[in-house]
Write a protein that binds this ligand. Structure first.
Ligand code: C5P
Length: 396
């Protein structure tokens, strides 16, 4: 899945983050080369960029070195994707005009397969009609944009607004999206993630430690593979993934409503949420005083969303998760049967390395014939892709 990324660093204050972008891209498995515009080198250094990328940096002066290489053509051919980060208003204008007067615009004019811009400029500049016109022209040529985000701006006393470059991790996510094969193109995937909260009163609730990371990883992986993804999420600390319709809910009942409303148009449903099984029989409107030494709670069952989906499954592929502390495979298989699933993914919550909130997980996939497939310990994103590989085989 990896590929070759040319990071073209433009001349904005956000260029100080360029070495970190290189590092994050390399960690994600990409081969990275760096091009720095003359102005970029006023903010960051050639030495820093060469050190993190492990290769010489392509610069304006290097371009015209008598090396016998035609650097702009070589770079355009080498790169699977050019990420311009940060991109200034001037970079956008030169590229939109098709100038090839400096190394960056010469590379872009030489036709690399994909170009992704990460603009970084003052919000007033970003809003300027000339800048927006240039963005429109580049989009019309098939260039993509990552950001800008809203946030704090360079310059004393500048009001926050859209114009801030995305963080390195977010840029890597955009790169991954553009470099992933679209084997789920047009598929409609519904994912649930995170815990639910069942309130006793406005400030107290029953819940569980689910972080939502596994479900979000599935949603991102499906998006990268071209699916139209709806993510129904319980309360989590995670950012909304770009390009995914995120529906935030709190209780099991609210999750049920959100899921059922989107079920008719879903082809694949991955229920990764750790839905609370019980809720307090009553919810008080006001916080209750803590009187007495003992308190009895009466709990009632929450709706089993997945069982309800299974009862009217149609042609959909339905995937559930199971989290067991003992007799895992047997109990998971029984759930698969009872809820009419195509696949169930067994978690190991008592294993400290793959417990709630961990970055890594391992799963045992079980199908209706009882056949199992063990997915060994790996980052949740890797497991999400392997799960989607399996779902695709079921769909065919
Ligand atoms: O029965 P159990 O809770 O162990 O089943 C787990 C699977 O069922 C998970 O996929 C979970 O998202 C789903 N579930 C649900 N509604 C509930 C409880 C669990 O959809 N009330």
């Amino acid at each position: 899945m990896a590929g070759r990324v040319l990071l073209a660093v433009g001349g904005g204050a956000a260029a100080i983050k360029a070495p970190l972008i290189v590092r994050r891209l390399a960690e994600a498995g990409y081969r990275v080369r760096v091009l720095a515009t003359e102005r970029a080198l006023a903010f960051t250094t050639e030495l820093a960029l060469a050190t993190v990328s492990g290769r010489p940096v392509a610069t304006e002066t290097g371009w015209f070195a008598p090396s016998g290489r035609v650097l702009h053509l070589e770079l355009a051919e080498w790169a699977d994707l050019v990420l311009v980060a940060p991109a200034t208003a001037a970079d956008l204008a030169r590229a939109a005009a098709g100038l090839a007067e400096d190394l960056l615009t010469a590379v872009l004019t030489a036709g690399p397969p994909r170009v992704v811009w990460a603009p970084a400029m003052n919000p007033r500049m970003w809003a300027d009609p000339a800048v927006q016109a240039n963005v429109g022209r580049l989009k019309a040529r098939g260039h993509a944009f990552a950001g800008p985000a809203s946030g704090a701006m360079a310059g004393v006393g500048e009001a926050p607004g859209p114009g801030r470059m995305l963080e390195p991790e977010e840029l890597v996510e955009h790169v991954r999206y553009h470099l992933t094969d679209k084997d789920y193109a047009g598929r409609r995937v519904l994912v649930t993630a995170g815990p639910t909260r069942e309130h006793l009163d406005p400030v107290r609730f029953l819940s569980n430690p689910s972080s939502g990371k596994m479900g979000y990883a599935v949603a991102r992986a499906a998006r990268d593979r071209g699916a139209r993804v709806v993510l129904v999420s319980g309360p989590t600390a995670l950012e909304d993934p770009f390009g995914v319709e995120v529906v935030r809910v709190e209780s099991a009942e609210a999750m049920r409503e959100a899921v059922l409303a989107r079920y008719p148009s879903a082809e694949v449903v991955v229920m990764a949420a750790a839905v609370a099984d019980w809720r307090p029989a009553e919810r008080r409107d006001e916080k209750e005083a803590k009187l007495g030494e003992e308190k009895h709670l009466r709990l009632v069952r929450t709706p089993d969303i997945l069982a309800e989906l299974g009862a009217r499954k149609g042609d959909r592929v339905l995937v559930g998760f199971a989290m067991e502390t003992h007799a895992g495979p047997e109990r998971a298989f029984e759930k698969l049967r009872r809820k009419n699933l195509d696949l169930i993914c067994l978690n190991y919550p008592t294993d400290p390395e793959t417990a709630f909130g961990a970055e890594e997980n391992r799963l045992l996939l079980i199908d209706p014939s009882g056949r199992t497939e063990a997915l060994g310990r790996a980052p949740k994103r890797v497991l999400a892709d392997r799960l989607l590989d399996r779902v695709r085989r079921i769909m065919q």
